[in-house]
Design a protein around this ligand. Structure first.
Ligand SMILES: [Zn+2]
Length: 68
């Protein structure tokens, strides 16, 4: 595994952590009946999910092209 591979993977993991964090926050907001906050977190989750998908794509492309 080369250093670029490690960097790309680190980005994927960071995005996954952020998704976990936002999911927990959203669950908490729902439990507390904070509908507006929950909706806002839902939006953020959608965006972070899209970023995560792109980071996974970038990592997969690197693995394919570099063979590492
Ligand atoms: Zn590589």
């Amino acid at each position: 595994m080369c250093s670029t591979n490690r960097e790309l993977l680190k980005a994927v993991v960071a995005n996954l952590d952020e998704i976990t964090r936002l999911s927990k926050a959203q669950a908490e907001a729902r439990t507390k009946g904070e509908a507006a906050l929950a909706t806002q977190l839902d939006d953020q989750l959608d965006k972070t999910y899209a970023v995560k998908e792109r980071s996974v794509g970038a990592w997969q492309q690197h693995v394919r092209e570099h063979g590492c």
